[in-house]
Design a protein around this ligand. Structure first.
Ligand SMILES: [Zn+2]
Length: 363
């Protein structure tokens, strides 16, 4: 009887818990190809609830679409941004030789998301000394819902097939996976690194202040496009891969993989349907080309240094009819050494081939 008791104790009792640092078998990018791979985690210290020193994954958040964003920005009180801030998740897994094996798709996605996030943060810590305790530790919302209340009824919608940096809250939203995604977006290293590119833009351009983007009659489309182009380029610098997005959504390849097939003068003819993304992709392509000579990290450094100056240009000239990408391009060139300037100017002139773009530092 004692023997049977022991089997019960180990067979059906408390699940065996691994100890950090964790190893897990997931589907992860190897140079842009997604394969089954055993990976090591550095920052994750509670795998059951997907919490670690760089942030945690939460489930069941409801983003409050009724929130008064002007009020939030003015007061800094972010309480109303969520109807439900989300709860702890619980990973469903088993162990094989002390390696965590996810038991379902959601658990696979959470492990993949956290791994991509860890790799991205490792890059920013190593190359830019980024400290999340200072710049703000985000929550990674897993399958968040969007809630809107009209008179009596509450409408809860879900977004699918997308990811976002929610700058007002400083959090990330990784929406429900659709059946059109070949590799779930939330497991895509390039997309995770792209979203974190928006975090970096928000930190350096806006200094974490949402009100900076809102300029009465400002040319917001230009800022949005520059934000996207920078995020795409930074994703390339972090991952070393230019075609990561299309591993999730093949249609994104033609529109976003660097370099794109159009320049500023042929933008109207481009087979690109993402409006301001299309101009942002010219910026990403120009930066990518310069990085082939100067290196990705040095070009990222120029962007990092240029963004606070560009914010001043946005404040001073963002409502004028002439406000365009050249304000940002000139600030990047300004940060470069003499030899970097030559490479940057050649690339910027090639991609922004329109007389309205004036590159003062390049003449
Ligand atoms: Zn984006």
């Amino acid at each position: 009887m004692k023997f049977i008791f022991l089997i019960l104790l180990f067979g059906c009792g408390q699940r065996q818990l691994p100890e950090a640092p964790y190893r897990a078998r997931i589907i992860a990018s190897v140079g842009g190809n997604y394969v089954a791979k055993v990976v090591d985690y550095t920052y994750l210290n509670d795998v059951v609830h997907m919490r670690g020193s760089i942030g945690e994954i939460k489930g069941h958040a409801k983003v409050n679409l009724n929130a008064d964003y002007d009020d939030v920005v003015a007061t800094g009180n972010t309480d109303q941004l969520y109807k439900t801030v989300g709860n702890s998740v619980e990973l469903n897994f088993h162990l094989e030789s002390n390696v965590i094996i996810p038991n379902d798709m959601a658990s696979m996605e959470m492990l993949g998301l956290y791994y991509g996030y860890e790799q991205t943060i490792s890059f920013w810590q190593k190359e830019f000394d980024l400290d999340l305790d200072v710049s703000g530790k985000p929550v990674l919302h897993f399958n968040p819902e969007l809630a809107y209340t009209s008179s009596q009824e509450q409408t809860v919608g879900t977004q699918k097939m997308n990811a976002a940096f929610f700058s007002t809250a400083g959090d990330f939203l990784f929406y429900k996976t659709s059946d059109q995604e070949e590799i779930p977006i939330k497991m895509n290293y390039g997309i995770i690194a792209h979203e974190f590119g928006h975090y970096v833009f928000h930190l350096r351009f806006a200094n974490n202040d949402d009100s900076v983007y809102k300029l009465a009659n400002g040319k917001t489309t230009e800022i949005d496009g520059i934000n996207e182009g920078v995020a795409d380029f930074l994703s390339y610098v972090v991952t070393g891969s230019v075609n990561e997005f299309e591993k999730s959504l093949p249609a994104l390849g033609e529109q976003r993989s660097m370099p794109v097939s159009w320049t500023y003068s042929s933008l109207m003819l481009a087979s690109c349907y993402g409006s301001y993304y299309c101009k942002g992709s010219i910026l990403a392509s120009a930066l990518h080309e310069a990085a082939q000579t100067l290196g990705g990290v040095p070009v990222a450094q120029l962007i990092w240094d240029a963004l606070p100056y560009f914010k001043e240009d946005w404040r001073n000239y963002g409502t004028t009819s002439g406000f365009d990408y050249d304000y940002f391009l000139n600030r990047i060139v300004e940060q470069g050494s003499a030899s970097q300037k030559i490479t940057l100017c050649a690339s910027f002139k090639k991609w922004f081939d329109k007389s309205s773009i004036v590159l003062g530092d390049c003449s």
